[in-house]
Design a protein around this ligand. Structure first.
Ligand code: ADP
Ligand code: TYD
Length: 198
């Protein structure tokens, strides 16, 4: 059985982590070797990003930190896929392009520069699934999760993130799934879509 690298993208509350867990459970129950992972990671540069210990940095520097984390993460993913695992990854290069170009606090970074610093990652995934949802609906779900709200969870900002994601989907052939439907409906469609690369 050969491995595969599948990425899930979408704004906060689109359902990525819930879906990754559920897909992993089902694939494992069918006897497949599956690994779930996410960015920012929880080690090395990813842990620095999450802890905020890099201090107040510019948007460009923040983008470079996400990319540095991705660089180390990609080495681990490539190794895992080469061993025959199906790697399900919650966020990848499109998150940096969509979030860092969308002007949080009015400080937008040029999308083409963000793509250029991600050039070595663009062709890595076998498939990118974009869970598309209106930010109000996505944030409603996040609220009911009862976790602390991050600086990225602002509806106006997430509207821009969503349009950038849709433009990237068009340009790079991501598979767009309507994530506003029930968890079961989204799951069924995504299972059918990823079946093409499994
Ligand atoms: P993300 O990882 O994209 O931020 P989550 O998977 O954490 O999103 O989902 C956010 C919340 O919405 C969770 O409480 C989850 O149980 C719930 N949820 C996920 N998918 C759906 C869905 N299709 N319909 C309703 N609620 C959902
Ligand atoms: P998130 O997926 O919400 O992680 P968790 O649920 O484990 O906290 O990611 C945290 C935030 O980081 C999210 O709001 C999007 C943002 N982010 C970027 O702005 N750029 C990136 O390159 C990545 C990977 C994430």
């Amino acid at each position: 059985m050969s491995g595969a690298f599948i990425v899930f993208e979408g704004i906060d509350g689109s359902g990525k982590s819930t879906l990754c867990r559920r897909i992993a459970e089902v694939l494992v129950s069918k006897g497949m070797a599956v690994e779930t992972t996410a960015e920012p990671t929880h080690q090395g540069i990813g842990a620095i990003i999450r802890s905020g210990s890099a201090g107040p940095v510019s948007q460009e520097t923040e983008a470079l930190l996400f990319v540095a984390d991705r660089n180390d993460h990609t080495e681990r993913i490539v190794e895992s896929v080469s061993q025959g695992n199906i790697v399900l990854c919650d966020r990848y290069f499109a998150s940096t392009v969509a979030y860092q170009s969308s002007g949080l606090d009015g400080r937008a970074v040029d999308a083409e520069w963000l793509l250029s610093i991600n050039s070595r990652f663009i062709d890595r995934p076998d498939m990118v699934v974009l869970l598309d949802i209106d930010p109000e609906k996505g944030l409603g779900r996040v609220d009911s999760r009862g976790e602390e709200v991050s600086k990225f969870e602002d509806p106006e900002f997430l509207r821009r993130v969503r349009s950038c994601y849709l433009a990237l989907a068009e340009r790079f052939g991501f598979r767009v799934v309507d994530a506003s439907r029930s968890a079961d409906e989204v799951f069924e469609e995504v299972m059918s879509v990823i079946g093409e690369v499994l």
